[in-house]
Design a protein around this ligand. Structure first.
Ligand code: GLY
Ligand code: MN
Ligand code: MN
Length: 431
C-alpha cells in the first residue's frame, strides 16, 4: 500500500495554511439506516483526500509552524473483540507505519490531547458547519487551549471550507485515471440500458440493471441516488421514487453514475422506451443536444464557468422560439429569463470525490476560470410538465443530457462520450 500520494497532499498545504496554524479535518462516522443496521462506511471526502484512511470516527490535525508541516491522526483503537465483529483496525501504529502520519493517537484521547495541540497557535481552521456536533467540539478545545494559563494566546477560528475544496478542484493524474474508470463503467451501464429497455416495463427494473452493470465492473456504490424517470416523471428534477411502470410512448430519463474507488461519475441520458423518438420528443431533444454541444465547446482554460451556462440558455431560448414554445425577441427573452420555465437548473457542477464536488465557483468577485485538471458536468435540459400552458403535444416531455468534462491544456475531453447522445446513434443502438 503506497500512501505517499496522500502524504504529499498534506505537505502541499504548506503553501496555503497560515503560519502557526492548525487545520482540523474530521472523518465520517458510521451511519445507520435503521436500528443497528449500518450502511457500508463511506469516508468523508476531505478526510480521504488527505489520508487515504477509511476507518470511522477519526480526525486529522495538520500543524503548520516555522519548522514545516507536521501531521497527527486520531484513529479507532486496536480492539480484539471489535475487530472480530467489524474487521481490521490499523490503530495508531498502523496509522504511522502505513499511512505515513508523523504521530497517531487513539481517538479516545482526542479531548485530552487536542487542547495541547492547539495551544500556542494563532489560528485553528476547519470546515465550519459541515459535521454535526463538531463546531462545539472545536470551540471547547480552543477555549481549553486558550485558558491553559493566564498568558495563553487567543486562537482565532477560521472556516477552511474554501481552502479544502479548492485543494480538490484540480485533479492530479491519479484522480483522473480513477475518474476515467468511473466514467467508463457508467457509460457502459447506460449503453446496456439503452440496449435492454425495449423489453423492460418498469423504472425499478431499469434501476436494478444499472446497479448490476456498475457493480460487476467494480463500481459497487452509486455516486448518488439515481433518477430513473419515465415520461412526465422526468419533469420532477429530483425524482428518485423510480417505481412506476414504463409506457412504450414515453421517453426515459436516467441520471445515474457509479462511484469507483471513491470517485464519482455523473451521466444523464434520455431515450425512447420504444426505441424511436416521436417528432415532438425529437424536436425537444435536438434543442437540448445543441445546447449541450455549444456548452461543452465553452469549457476551456481561460473561459469562466458562466460561459457554458450562458450559451446553453441562449441556444435553448432560440430553440424554444423555433418550435413555438416561446414567442418574441431572443435577446429580450434571454434577458427576461423566459427560458427558466423550461430550463430551471444550472448547467453543471464540479465532479470528483463528491458528485457535487467541493471547490468554489467564484474567485473573489469573478466567476471561476477553467483550468486544466478541473472536471465539470455539463447538463442542460428542457422539462415540460402537463400543468404548463402549452399545446398538449409537448406535455410530459422531459429531456436532460449530461456528460463529465475534463478541462485540458488545449480545451476539454469528454470523459463520458462513449455512451451516445446523438439521437440517430441512440436509435441504432436500440434497434
Ligand atoms: N446527479 C446529480 C446531478 O446531476 O447533479
Ligand atoms: Mn450532475
Ligand atoms: Mn446527474
Amino acid at each position: 500500500m503506497d500512501n505517499t500520494i496522500y502524504k504529499n497532499r498534506r505537505n502541499s498545504l504548506k503553501e496555503s495554511l497560515p503560519e502557526n496554524s492548525v487545520l482540523l479535518i474530521p472523518g465520517a462516522d458510521m451511519q445507520y439506516r435503521n436500528a443497528d443496521s449500518a450502511y457500508a462506511f463511506r469516508q468523508d471526502s476531505n478526510f480521504y483526500y488527505f489520508s487515504g484512511f477509511c476507518e470511522p470516527t477519526s480526525l486529522i490535525a495538520i500543524v503548520n509552524n516555522k519548522d514545516g508541516i507536521s501531521t497527527i491522526i486520531f484513529v479507532p483503537p486496536k480492539d480484539k473483540l471489535r475487530e472480530i465483529w467489524d474487521g481490521y483496525r490499523a490503530g495508531p501504529i498502523g496509522a504511522v507505519d502505513d499511512f505515513l502520519f508523523d504521530k497517531a493517537y487513539d481517538n479516545t484521547q482526542i479531548d485530552t490531547v487536542m487542547p495541547d495541540i492547539l495551544n500556542g497557535s494563532n489560528q485553528v481552521l476547519y470546515a465550519i458547519g459541515k459535521k454535526s456536533g463538531f463546531d462545539q467540539k472545536v470551540i471547547d478545545w480552543t477555549t481549553q487551549a486558550g485558558s491553559k494559563d493566564r498568558h495563553s494566546k487567543s486562537i482565532n477560528i477560521i472556516d477552511a471550507s474554501s481552502l479544502l475544496g479548492n485543494a480538490r478542484l484540480i485533479k492530479d493524474d491519479h484522480e483522473i485515471s480513477l475518474m476515467r474508470k468511473a466514467c467508463d463503467i457508467s457509460a457502459e451501464a447506460h449503453i446496456e440500458a439503452m440496449k435492454s429497455v425495449k423489453s423492460i416495463d418498469s423504472e425499478q427494473h431499469i434501476e436494478s440493471l444499472y446497479c448490476n452493470e456498475f457493480s460487476k465492473r467494480g463500481g459497487r456504490f452509486q455516486a448518488y441516488t439515481p433518477i430513473v424517470a419515465g415520461g412526465e416523471n422526468a419533469c420532477t428534477l429530483h425524482y428518485v421514487e423510480n417505481n412506476q411502470n414504463l409506457k412504450k410512448s414515453d421517453l426515459l430519463l436516467v441520471d445515474a453514475g457509479c462511484e469507483y474507488e471513491m470517485y464519482a461519475s455523473d451521466i444523464t441520458r434520455t431515450f425512447p422506451v420504444s426505441g424511436k423518438f416521436s417528432d415532438e420528443q425529437l424536436k425537444i431533444y435536438e434543442i437540448v443536444l445543441e445546447a449541450m454541444n455549444a456548452a461543452i465547446d465553452q469549457v476551456k482554460p481561460g473561459n469562466d464557468i458562466m460561459q457554458p451556462q450562458e450559451i446553453s440558455e441562449r441556444v435553448i431560448t432560440e430553440g424554444l422560439i423555433r418550435i413555438g414554445l416561446l414567442e418574441g425577441d431572443p435577446e429580450e427573452l434571454h434577458k427576461s429569463g423566459a427560458f427558466k420555465e423550461f430550463y430551471m437548473h444550472k448547467i453543471g457542477h464540479w465532479l470528483g470525490l463528491d458528485v457535487h464536488d467541493a471547490g468554489d465557483y467564484m474567485e473573489g468577485d469573478e466567476y471561476m476560470k477553467f483550468k486544466p485538471g478541473m472536471i465539470t458536468t455539463i447538463e442542460p435540459g428542457i422539462y415540460i410538465s402537463s400543468s404548463m400552458d402549452v399545446d398538449d403535444k409537448w406535455k410530459g416531455i422531459g429531456v436532460r443530457i449530461e456528460d463529465d468534462i475534463l478541462v485540458t491544456k488545449d480545451g476539454n475531453e469528454n470523459l463520458t462520450s462513449k455512451v451516445p447522445s446523438d439521437p440517430k446513434e441512440i436509435e441504432s443502438l436500440m434497434s
